[in-house]
Design a protein around this ligand. Structure first.
Ligand SMILES: NC(=O)c1ccc[n+]([C@@H]2O[C@H](COP(=O)([O-])OP(=O)(O)OC[C@H]3O[C@@H](n4cnc5c(N)ncnc54)[C@H](OP(=O)(O)O)[C@@H]3O)[C@@H](O)[C@H]2O)c1
Length: 214
């Protein structure tokens, strides 16, 4: 797959570095020199956001949550995302209250899907700290880390593949009407991290069989 990433921060680099083993990845952002440096450090290409989206099958929104809609505009706006799979990794969480910043039980993911009516949208990678995603061996207690995600039907298989490709085990919670639950669950993890928890603090889903339920 061709993967365009908007943002070249910690999460963008951790995920891109893993995906580059199998996919063609372009990192992009507001500052081309910073994008070039991040891409070189990660072993992928750099480009302008508009270029990264134009060539991509999959676009990963990896800015801070406050910047997602600016980033979409900066990459060409809604039309540029038509028919793409869009992965939302962002947590709209206040680090003062450790509550989600959206109060209508609708998620950031749904707001993104509303803004990109021609795209196929899902949410993943939001429930663990960046150090976990950068971990070369995401096996804990002898099992791959179960990674909950939500996706519309057009994004489902792609998100599952991207999760597999970082070394984790995908488990679809449902459509994006469930994404607010992933955001609220991330708030628990973030609260524990801010209280001094180890970066590898994760919610651990125990299942008798370590197989995806699809
Ligand atoms: N860090 C974690 O442990 C973690 C874990 C799971 C999920 N997440 C989520 O992942 C997202 C990214 O987190 P991060 O830790 O990677 O953040 P980060 O290191 O702060 O990186 C954010 C990136 O977004 C870019 N950016 C900001 N506004 C932009 C715009 N309008 N257009 C294009 N690029 C823009 C920034 O570029 P500039 O340098 O130019 O500002 C920077 O490259 C967040 O929403 C966070 O909630 C983070």
């Amino acid at each position: 797959m061709k993967i365009g990433v908007i943002g070249y921060g910690g999460m963008a680099k951790a995920l891109a570095g893993k995906w580059a083993r199998k996919h063609e990845v372009v990192l992009s952002g507001r500052n081309r020199a910073n994008a070039e440096a991040a891409a070189a450090a990660t072993g992928v290409k750099a480009g302008e956001p508009g270029e990264a989206v134009a060539v991509a099958d999959v676009v990963v929104l990896a800015t801070r949550h406050e910047d997602v809609f600016d980033a979409i505009e900066g990459a060409g706006g809604s039309d540029a995302f038509r028919d793409k799979v869009v992965v939302d990794i962002n947590n709209p969480i206040s680090v003062e209250t450790f509550l989600t910043t959206r109060d209508d039980r609708r998620s950031l993911t749904q707001a993104i899907a509303d803004a990109l009516p021609g795209a196929h949208v899902g949410k993943a990678f939001n429930m663990a700290q960046v150090a976990v995603w950068a971990d070369p061996d995401m096996t804990y207690d002898g099992r791959r880390m179960v990674t909950l995600y939500t996706a519309d039907d057009g994004a489902d298989a792609t998100l599952a593949e991207l999760i597999e490709d970082v070394g984790a085990e995908p488990l679809r919670l449902g459509g994006n009407e469930h994404a607010y639950q992933l955001e609220a669950a991330a708030a628990i993890v973030i609260k524990l991290l801010f209280a001094g928890g180890d970066p590898h603090t994760i919610l651990n889903l125990i299942r008798p069989e370590a197989k995806p339920i699809r």
